[in-house]
Design a protein around this ligand. Structure first.
Ligand SMILES: [Zn+2]
Ligand SMILES: [Zn+2]
Length: 200
């Protein structure tokens, strides 16, 4: 008989259950900060908070617009394509001289909103693009977690020797874990990596 201690009895939660808070590397002090989200989709109310250096930032503070003109010149009819990123506000009017006939004209550009990301790292939070705090190399693969609760649940799963499907209704977070985390032969290495992350 398997002992109850070894049986995985974690919650039947999907990955989205862990997507409301991300632990990230603070852009100011490089210690652990948190990205806190109200909804599962990124919104302007999402915020970055660091309890080490007290830095905080709202997602909307990183809102920018790309102003674009894409039309034919009113004077010579040649195509005009302009794209100016990084405007803090919508650009209502843009004076631009045609590169073909050099006649200046005032245009009403289109404005496409986007948010500046701190990095283009793959393992980053979806709002600010800050590198995830919990990342560790395990035999050439990266073990990561979005937040502490997520990491502890992974540890809970890896520790257990008996893993049954918790529900047939959904594919849970732990079932979607990559094979190198689930593999019995990696158990000790994975658990050590998790401990390093928790002690950092
Ligand atoms: Zn900080
Ligand atoms: Zn022109």
């Amino acid at each position: 008989m398997e002992s109850e201690v070894d049986r995985y009895v974690g919650p039947p939660t999907t990955r989205y259950a862990y997507a409301k808070e991300f632990w990230v590397k603070c852009p100011k002090c490089s210690k652990a900060a948190r990205v806190i989200r109200k909804e599962l989709v990124a919104t302007g109310d999402d915020k970055l908070v660091c309890h080490h250096c007290n830095y905080s930032e709202m997602a909307d503070e990183r809102l920018r617009y790309t102003a674009t003109i894409n039309r034919a010149c009113g004077s010579c009819g040649e195509p005009i394509q302009v794209s100016i990123p990084n405007n803090k506000e919508k650009v209502a009017e843009l004076k631009y001289s045609c590169p073909h006939c050099h006649v200046p004209e005032i245009y009403k550009p289109g404005n496409t909103p986007y948010r500046l990301r701190y990095s283009m790292e793959r393992l980053a939070d979806p709002v600010f693009g800050l590198p995830l705090w919990f990342q560790e190399n395990v035999k050439g693969e990266t073990l990561w977690a979005g937040n502490k609760e997520h990491l502890l649940e992974i540890r809970n799963y890896v520790t257990s020797r008996l893993r049954e499907r918790q529900t047939m209704r959904i594919t849970t977070m732990v079932e979607k874990l990559p094979q190198f985390i689930k593999a019995a032969k990696n158990r000790e290495t994975v658990l050590k990596a998790i401990e390093r992350m928790l002690n950092r």
